[in-house]
Design a protein around this ligand. Structure first.
Ligand code: PAF
Length: 279
């Protein structure tokens, strides 16, 4: 399987494959799970050439400890990718390759999509994501890029960026563990017991969904806070209900608007996020 680490190697692979359009890209930070693998399978099905990038992007971590603890399993990742298709080009750049002028972050005008939820709780996070995704789009030049709906706010932001660069975005639904917990590279940092208990996050979202039409948003928000306070190991970072198209958080419902619930919880120092469409 082609594995490239430098821009020169990437360019050589691209020149050899320039006749074989279209190109699909799955940007990742490694520690691949079933959610990533579904995106890769979809890309392989839809494109002549598939690129997977593995790069733990330092500029999107607002917390140094979170970056230091981010899981890394490059050999297993390569095996998982190869098992899908041995022609996938895996780009594993160094920090210097992505940030030749030092890890500088650009400031983006993201139509307010970056302001609530993750943006509010992780200052600078989305500028870091947009900076690395723009760099990867520019280097790889894909026709289509694949992102999961688990990071729904990220998905809306990269969609905006991709639109300005003429790249199509394909998004796939969140893949869940058997108990409903959204797949995430961070889940492996949880003990078996906590991982089982973390199904509570999915159950809360399902509860909100089934009560959405009959309850006011403010009441639902209060009830989620109350329900979660009964499980002290699960510390609520935020629970919000927001309009799906512009991610503005809402305290009341408007006719014709699609809403989504967003939650972030910290469990034993591991930050877990999830979301669910409500109507
Ligand atoms: O979702 C992720 O893993 C990362 O935010 C991404 C899109 C690969 C950018 O570093």
């Amino acid at each position: 399987m082609p594995k490239v680490t430098t821009i020169a190697e990437l360019r050589l692979f691209q020149r050899q494959n320039r006749m074989h359009r279209s190109w699909g890209l799955i940007p990742t930070m490694g520690s691949l799970h079933e959610g990533h693998l579904r995106l890769i399978e979809q890309a392989v099905e839809e494109n002549r050439v598939t690129f997977v990038t593995i790069f733990v992007n330092p500029t999107q971590f607002d917390n140094k400890e979170d970056l230091d603890n981010y899981p890394c399993s490059i050999d297993t990742d390569l095996q998982k990718i190869e098992a899908i298709d041995s022609n996938i080009c895996v780009f594993v750049p160094s920090v210097e390759t992505i940030y030749p002028d030092g890890a500088a972050v650009k400031k983006y005008a993201l139509q307010g999509l970056d302001k609530p939820m993750e943006g509010r709780h992780r200052p600078g996070h989305f500028d870091g994501v947009a900076t690395v995704v723009e760099r990867l789009f520019t280097l790889i030049q894909p026709d289509v890029a694949y992102f999961g709906q688990k990071d729904f706010q990220q998905l809306q932001i990269v969609s905006l960026l991709a639109q300005s660069m003429g790249i199509r975005i394909c998004s796939l639904p969140t893949v869940r563990e058997q108990n409903g917990l959204a797949m995430s590279s961070r889940n492996r940092r949880l003990s078996t017991e906590r991982r089982e208990e973390a199904k509570l996050i999915f159950e809360l979202l399902q509860w909100v969904k089934s009560n959405f039409s009959s309850h006011a948003i403010v009441d639902l928000k209060e009830m989620v806070v109350q329900k979660l306070s009964k499980t002290p190991a699960f510390e609520l970072d935020y629970f919000e209900i927001a309009a799906e198209h512009n991610l503005r958080t809402a305290n009341s419902k408007k006719e014709g608007v699609s809403y989504r619930a967003f939650i972030a919880v910290v469990v034993d120092g591991v930050r877990l996020i999830d979301n669910m469409s409500l109507n």
